[in-house]
Design a protein around this ligand. Structure first.
Ligand SMILES: [Zn+2]
Length: 100
């Protein structure tokens, strides 16, 4: 993240359901619900719960970066795949229909 994001605030709460990001709430701000026991196994490999959290954080950062709504899912996946190439986690390609 760049240095001019001093006011970036996001609340992360634990959930037993699906991890997700709720972006732009005028009262509560950006919030993430994260399931620390939710991993994924796909044809492209496996993903740990930590990667799930990075995915949701990336959604928030992409939105705060001002990326157009219609491009946010694609940019999130692209950024996540860069991280996954470093960590060895499986690539995300078209999971956005399953996982927001
Ligand atoms: Zn997503």
């Amino acid at each position: 993240m760049s240095a001019d994001k001093g006011s970036l605030t996001v609340t992360i709460n634990k959930t037993s359901g699906a991890s997700n990001a709720q972006i732009g709430d005028p009262v509560y701000g950006d919030q993430i619900e994260w399931n620390p026991r939710e991993g994924l196994v796909t044809k492209e490999g496996s993903q740990s719960p930590a990667t799930g959290l990075i995915h949701e954080i990336t959604h928030v950062v992409v939105n705060q970066d001002g990326v157009a709504s219609s491009a946010q899912d694609q940019v999130t996946m692209m950024k996540e795949n860069i991280i996954n190439s470093e960590t060895g986690e499986g690539k995300i390609i078209s999971m956005e229909k399953l996982k927001k």
